[in-house]
Design a protein around this ligand. Structure first.
Ligand code: DC
Length: 228
Protein backbone atom coordinates (compact mmCIF):
# COMPACT_ATOMS: atom_id res chain seq x y z
CA UNK A 1 0.00 0.00 0.00
CA UNK A 2 1.21 3.51 -0.77
CA UNK A 3 2.59 5.66 2.01
CA UNK A 4 1.18 9.18 2.26
CA UNK A 5 2.75 12.14 4.06
CA UNK A 6 0.01 14.73 4.65
CA UNK A 7 0.83 18.41 5.17
CA UNK A 8 -1.63 21.22 5.84
CA UNK A 9 -1.15 24.90 6.55
CA UNK A 10 -2.15 28.37 5.41
CA UNK A 11 -0.77 30.15 2.31
CA UNK A 12 2.93 30.91 2.55
CA UNK A 13 3.57 28.55 5.46
CA UNK A 14 6.25 26.90 3.31
CA UNK A 15 4.26 23.78 2.39
CA UNK A 16 5.22 23.67 -1.28
CA UNK A 17 8.99 24.16 -0.97
CA UNK A 18 9.20 21.83 1.98
CA UNK A 19 6.99 19.14 0.41
CA UNK A 20 8.97 19.18 -2.82
CA UNK A 21 12.23 18.83 -0.88
CA UNK A 22 10.95 16.01 1.36
CA UNK A 23 9.54 14.26 -1.71
CA UNK A 24 12.87 14.46 -3.54
CA UNK A 25 14.74 13.12 -0.52
CA UNK A 26 12.45 10.15 0.03
CA UNK A 27 11.35 9.44 -3.54
CA UNK A 28 7.72 10.33 -2.75
CA UNK A 29 5.73 12.10 -5.48
CA UNK A 30 4.78 15.68 -4.61
CA UNK A 31 1.07 16.50 -4.87
CA UNK A 32 -0.08 20.14 -4.75
CA UNK A 33 -3.80 19.91 -3.93
CA UNK A 34 -4.25 23.70 -4.02
CA UNK A 35 -3.50 23.63 -7.75
CA UNK A 36 -6.57 21.41 -8.27
CA UNK A 37 -8.80 24.00 -6.56
CA UNK A 38 -7.10 26.59 -8.76
CA UNK A 39 -7.88 24.50 -11.88
CA UNK A 40 -11.54 24.30 -10.82
CA UNK A 41 -11.54 28.10 -10.36
CA UNK A 42 -9.74 28.76 -13.66
CA UNK A 43 -12.25 26.62 -15.53
CA UNK A 44 -15.21 28.34 -13.83
CA UNK A 45 -13.84 31.74 -14.84
CA UNK A 46 -13.17 30.61 -18.41
CA UNK A 47 -16.72 29.31 -18.75
CA UNK A 48 -18.27 32.42 -17.22
CA UNK A 49 -19.54 30.61 -14.10
CA UNK A 50 -20.30 33.02 -11.24
CA UNK A 51 -17.91 31.82 -8.51
CA UNK A 52 -20.06 33.43 -5.81
CA UNK A 53 -22.97 31.15 -6.81
CA UNK A 54 -22.39 27.79 -5.04
CA UNK A 55 -25.20 26.08 -6.96
CA UNK A 56 -23.72 27.05 -10.34
CA UNK A 57 -20.23 26.08 -9.22
CA UNK A 58 -21.46 22.73 -7.84
CA UNK A 59 -23.21 21.76 -11.07
CA UNK A 60 -20.14 22.75 -13.09
CA UNK A 61 -17.68 20.83 -10.86
CA UNK A 62 -18.52 17.44 -12.39
CA UNK A 63 -17.71 18.71 -15.88
CA UNK A 64 -14.11 19.70 -15.18
CA UNK A 65 -11.73 17.08 -16.56
CA UNK A 66 -8.15 16.78 -15.45
CA UNK A 67 -5.69 14.02 -16.26
CA UNK A 68 -2.78 13.06 -14.03
CA UNK A 69 0.76 11.97 -14.85
CA UNK A 70 3.68 11.32 -12.53
CA UNK A 71 6.53 13.41 -13.93
CA UNK A 72 9.71 14.94 -12.52
CA UNK A 73 9.01 13.87 -8.93
CA UNK A 74 5.48 15.24 -8.86
CA UNK A 75 2.00 14.38 -10.04
CA UNK A 76 1.43 16.74 -12.95
CA UNK A 77 -2.03 17.95 -13.96
CA UNK A 78 -3.14 18.31 -17.56
CA UNK A 79 -6.23 20.16 -18.73
CA UNK A 80 -7.06 19.40 -22.33
CA UNK A 81 -3.69 17.63 -22.49
CA UNK A 82 -1.74 20.75 -21.45
CA UNK A 83 -0.27 21.75 -18.03
CA UNK A 84 -1.93 25.05 -16.97
CA UNK A 85 1.30 26.42 -15.41
CA UNK A 86 1.29 30.03 -14.25
CA UNK A 87 -2.23 30.60 -15.60
CA UNK A 88 -3.28 29.30 -12.16
CA UNK A 89 -1.24 31.88 -10.23
CA UNK A 90 -2.98 35.14 -11.10
CA UNK A 91 -4.44 37.53 -8.48
CA UNK A 92 -7.86 36.85 -10.02
CA UNK A 93 -7.56 33.13 -9.32
CA UNK A 94 -6.14 33.85 -5.86
CA UNK A 95 -9.29 35.85 -5.16
CA UNK A 96 -11.83 33.40 -6.57
CA UNK A 97 -10.24 30.12 -5.40
CA UNK A 98 -11.32 30.32 -1.76
CA UNK A 99 -15.05 30.75 -2.53
CA UNK A 100 -14.87 27.94 -5.11
CA UNK A 101 -13.15 25.72 -2.53
CA UNK A 102 -16.07 26.18 -0.10
CA UNK A 103 -18.39 24.23 -2.43
CA UNK A 104 -18.87 20.63 -1.31
CA UNK A 105 -19.19 19.17 -4.84
CA UNK A 106 -15.83 20.75 -5.70
CA UNK A 107 -14.22 19.36 -2.56
CA UNK A 108 -15.65 15.89 -3.16
CA UNK A 109 -14.32 15.86 -6.73
CA UNK A 110 -10.84 17.01 -5.71
CA UNK A 111 -10.75 14.57 -2.78
CA UNK A 112 -11.58 11.70 -5.16
CA UNK A 113 -8.79 12.76 -7.52
CA UNK A 114 -6.29 12.98 -4.65
CA UNK A 115 -7.15 9.58 -3.19
CA UNK A 116 -6.87 8.05 -6.66
CA UNK A 117 -3.28 9.25 -6.95
CA UNK A 118 -2.09 6.59 -4.52
CA UNK A 119 -2.04 4.35 -7.61
CA UNK A 120 1.14 6.17 -8.64
CA UNK A 121 3.06 5.17 -5.47
CA UNK A 122 4.17 6.96 -2.30
CA UNK A 123 2.99 10.55 -2.03
CA UNK A 124 3.59 13.76 -0.12
CA UNK A 125 0.36 15.72 -0.37
CA UNK A 126 0.00 19.34 0.71
CA UNK A 127 -3.12 21.45 1.19
CA UNK A 128 -5.69 22.61 3.73
CA UNK A 129 -7.67 19.45 4.52
CA UNK A 130 -5.24 16.65 3.74
CA UNK A 131 -4.62 15.71 7.38
CA UNK A 132 -8.26 16.17 8.42
CA UNK A 133 -10.35 14.92 5.48
CA UNK A 134 -8.41 13.47 2.53
CA UNK A 135 -5.87 11.21 4.27
CA UNK A 136 -6.82 11.43 7.99
CA UNK A 137 -5.51 7.88 8.58
CA UNK A 138 -1.94 8.73 7.55
CA UNK A 139 0.57 8.11 10.36
CA UNK A 140 2.58 11.10 9.04
CA UNK A 141 0.49 14.24 9.38
CA UNK A 142 1.91 17.75 9.81
CA UNK A 143 0.53 21.24 10.29
CA UNK A 144 2.86 24.01 9.10
CA UNK A 145 2.33 27.50 10.45
CA UNK A 146 4.22 30.83 10.27
CA UNK A 147 3.50 34.47 11.13
CA UNK A 148 1.37 36.44 8.65
CA UNK A 149 4.34 38.73 7.92
CA UNK A 150 6.68 35.83 7.14
CA UNK A 151 4.05 34.18 4.95
CA UNK A 152 3.32 37.33 2.94
CA UNK A 153 7.02 37.98 2.45
CA UNK A 154 7.60 34.43 1.16
CA UNK A 155 4.65 34.62 -1.24
CA UNK A 156 5.88 37.92 -2.64
CA UNK A 157 9.43 36.60 -3.08
CA UNK A 158 8.07 33.56 -4.95
CA UNK A 159 6.08 35.82 -7.27
CA UNK A 160 9.10 38.08 -7.89
CA UNK A 161 11.29 35.04 -8.62
CA UNK A 162 8.73 33.75 -11.14
CA UNK A 163 8.38 37.20 -12.71
CA UNK A 164 4.64 37.29 -11.94
CA UNK A 165 4.65 39.87 -9.09
CA UNK A 166 2.01 42.51 -9.67
CA UNK A 167 1.02 43.45 -6.12
CA UNK A 168 2.66 45.41 -3.31
CA UNK A 169 3.75 43.56 -0.14
CA UNK A 170 0.70 44.98 1.66
CA UNK A 171 -1.64 43.76 -1.07
CA UNK A 172 -0.11 40.28 -0.97
CA UNK A 173 -0.59 40.18 2.82
CA UNK A 174 -4.20 41.43 2.63
CA UNK A 175 -5.10 38.86 -0.04
CA UNK A 176 -3.47 36.05 1.92
CA UNK A 177 -5.26 37.01 5.17
CA UNK A 178 -8.61 37.25 3.36
CA UNK A 179 -8.12 33.72 2.01
CA UNK A 180 -7.10 32.44 5.46
CA UNK A 181 -10.41 33.64 6.89
CA UNK A 182 -12.50 31.92 4.19
CA UNK A 183 -10.39 28.72 4.26
CA UNK A 184 -10.55 28.34 8.04
CA UNK A 185 -14.19 29.31 8.62
CA UNK A 186 -15.90 27.43 5.76
CA UNK A 187 -18.42 24.69 6.57
CA UNK A 188 -16.83 21.80 4.65
CA UNK A 189 -13.33 20.65 5.64
CA UNK A 190 -12.03 23.98 7.02
CA UNK A 191 -8.31 24.49 7.54
CA UNK A 192 -7.45 23.45 11.10
CA UNK A 193 -4.77 21.49 12.86
CA UNK A 194 -5.88 17.85 12.99
CA UNK A 195 -5.82 16.04 16.32
CA UNK A 196 -2.57 14.13 16.41
CA UNK A 197 -0.88 16.16 13.63
CA UNK A 198 2.58 17.51 14.43
CA UNK A 199 2.66 21.32 14.33
CA UNK A 200 5.79 23.05 13.02
CA UNK A 201 6.03 26.86 13.27
CA UNK A 202 8.39 27.71 10.43
CA UNK A 203 8.58 31.49 11.03
CA UNK A 204 12.22 31.39 12.09
CA UNK A 205 13.22 28.12 10.45
CA UNK A 206 15.00 27.50 7.17
CA UNK A 207 13.48 25.14 4.61
CA UNK A 208 16.22 22.60 5.45
CA UNK A 209 15.32 22.72 9.15
CA UNK A 210 11.64 22.10 8.44
CA UNK A 211 12.52 19.26 6.03
CA UNK A 212 14.69 17.63 8.72
CA UNK A 213 11.96 18.02 11.34
CA UNK A 214 9.46 16.26 9.06
CA UNK A 215 11.77 13.45 8.02
CA UNK A 216 12.84 12.97 11.64
CA UNK A 217 9.21 12.48 12.69
CA UNK A 218 8.32 9.82 10.08
CA UNK A 219 7.71 6.22 11.11
CA UNK A 220 11.10 4.41 11.27
CA UNK A 221 10.06 1.73 8.81
CA UNK A 222 9.38 4.40 6.15
CA UNK A 223 13.01 5.46 6.19
CA UNK A 224 14.54 2.05 5.69
CA UNK A 225 16.21 1.57 2.33
CA UNK A 226 16.49 4.97 0.68
CA UNK A 227 16.10 8.18 2.64
CA UNK A 228 19.18 9.95 3.93
O1 DC B 1 -2.48 26.46 -1.67
P1 DC B 1 -3.16 27.35 -2.71
O2 DC B 1 -3.05 28.83 -2.39
O3 DC B 1 -2.71 27.05 -4.09
O4 DC B 1 -4.71 26.98 -2.63
C1 DC B 1 -5.67 27.55 -3.49
C2 DC B 1 -7.02 27.60 -2.78
O5 DC B 1 -7.53 26.28 -2.59
C3 DC B 1 -6.99 28.26 -1.41
O6 DC B 1 -8.10 29.15 -1.31
C4 DC B 1 -7.21 27.15 -0.44
C5 DC B 1 -7.91 26.08 -1.23
N1 DC B 1 -7.49 24.72 -0.83
C6 DC B 1 -8.37 23.97 -0.11
O7 DC B 1 -9.45 24.44 0.22
N2 DC B 1 -8.03 22.69 0.24
C7 DC B 1 -6.84 22.18 -0.11
N3 DC B 1 -6.55 20.92 0.24
C8 DC B 1 -5.91 22.96 -0.83
C9 DC B 1 -6.27 24.24 -1.18
Amino acid sequence: MSKVIAIDGPSGSGKSSVSRRVGETLGFLHVDSGALYRIMTWQCLRQGIDTSDPVAVASFAGRVNVTFEPRGGAVEYLVGGVPPGDALRTPEINRHASPVATVKAVRDRVTGWLRGMTRFGDLIVEGRDITTAVFPESPARFYLSASAEARAERRRKEEVAKGIACQTADEVKASLLARDVIDSTRKHAPLRKADGAIEIDSTDMTIEEVVSAIIGALPDEWLKGGAS
